[in-house]
Design a protein around this ligand. Structure first.
Ligand code: 2P0
Length: 360
């Protein structure tokens, strides 16, 4: 089959883990040490277009936000395209791809840009190369680009299963994401206190590996996280936001405690992060349901009820940071799963199978 004229566009949104993924048991297949639970947001998204070229596979072109991608980020994308081609069983496997991506997430600032990026790339590349994957297999494929990307295949609350621990082949088949049953009355939102939009000092992949290798707290982290994921799923099904918030904040603090115990310490917590954590505690003391979570960067995301978003945002904007000034605050609500749009006819079932499994 020849290249689809026009190619394929996919849109995916960032997700924020409420029960964190931190540590792999297999770094080639990107199998996590534990299951994780997340919320896909409406605010930060990646749009990726993939078209096949009349050129051999070694001539892939990758452009991110108008600039040719280079270095380690390019290597990751090329390896992912190679994986997609190796899974596709048509003559087009030998064709190169042109990937054009636009990120509406501050790249590398701990706002989960790799999650939306690899979910969108998985959707666009798999479709362009003629792989007819359902949502579950798309989430397994996205996982190979970046673990957290498996969760951005779905909207709303999502679980990414650790999968079968017996052996890597079984784990590869069973480590996928899926939407979580959610109480209809559970109306949540997230305020993001952006403290440093610059690139992080140490990437999460390297930081995770250092934590697994050197933190004596890592076994305790894995031991408790599986139970946290199950309890978070229960709280989401029951519509119990206070319980979910408490688990989420504890999971984030435990993850940072575990990485702080690495040698040398992996430290994303900044003085400004602590100021925001204090403000969140103050909000709670004043009777506002607000719970903090943090990822591989200093920014603090605050989970709250949808109706409380304005009061939470006002509280965060009122913080005087240690260096002076106030945090920049972004507002988000639950967002949708991966959307794939092809500008040419696609094999029947590719788009339909995804749409059918999309949560309302
Ligand atoms: C998460 N993070 O659950 C955790 C919490 C950051 C802190 O997943 O190596 O880019 O590509 O699988 O998914 C960020 O790590 O790592 C991440 P790889 P990823 O969201």
């Amino acid at each position: 089959m020849s290249a689809e004229p026009g190619g394929v566009t996919a849109v995916a949104h960032a997700n924020i883990a409420l029960v964190k993924y931190w540590g792999k048991r297999d770094s080639t297949l990107i199998l996590p040490a534990t299951s994780s639970v997340s919320l896909t947001l409406d605010a930060f998204r990646t749009t990726t277009h993939v078209e096949l070229l009349d050129a051999p596979a070694g001539r892939d072109e990758v452009v991110l936000d108008g600039e040719p991608l280079a270095g380690a980020a390019l290597t990751k994308v090329l390896a992912f395209l190679h994986l997609v081609r190796s899974q596709a069983s048509r003559t087009a496997t030998a064709q190169a791809a042109r990937v054009t991506s636009t990120n509406e997430v501050p790249t590398g600032a701990g706002l989960a840009s790799s999650a939306s990026a690899f979910a969108a790339l998985a959707g666009a590349a798999a479709t362009a190369y003629g792989l007819e994957l359902g949502r579950r297999d798309l989430s397994r494929l996205a996982r190979r680009g970046s673990g957290s990307a498996s969760r951005s295949v779905y909207g709303g609350f999502v679980v990414w299963h650790a999968g079968d621990l017996a052996d890597p082949a079984a784990g590869d088949l069973t480590s996928y994401a899926e939407p979580l049953p959610t109480a209809p009355e559970l109306d949540v939102a997230m305020a993001v206190a952006v403290l440093d939009a610059g690139p992080k000092k140490i990437g999460s992949r390297e930081a995770m590996a250092a934590t697994v290798a050197t933190s004596p707290y890592f076994p305790a982290w894995t031991e408790h996280t599986e139970a946290d994921a199950a309890e978070a799923a229960d709280a989401i099904a029951a519509g119990d936001l206070p319980r979910l918030g408490e688990i989420a904040e504890a999971s984030a603090m435990r993850m940072h405690a575990t990485m702080l115990a690495a040698r040398p310490a992996v430290r994303y917590l900044a003085a400004s992060s602590l100021a925001v954590l204090d403000a969140v505690a103050d909000l709670r003391a004043a009777g506002v349901g607000a719970w903090a979570t943090m990822d591989a960067g200093p920014n603090v995301k605050v989970l709250c009820e949808g109706a409380d978003l304005d009061v939470v945002a006002a509280g965060l904007r009122g913080i005087v940071l240690p260096g002076g000034g106030a945090p920049h605050v972004l507002l988000a609500r639950p967002g949708p799963g991966l959307r794939i749009e092809a500008s040419a006819a696609l094999p029947a079932g590719v788009l339909a199978s995804g749409a059918a499994e999309e949560p309302a």
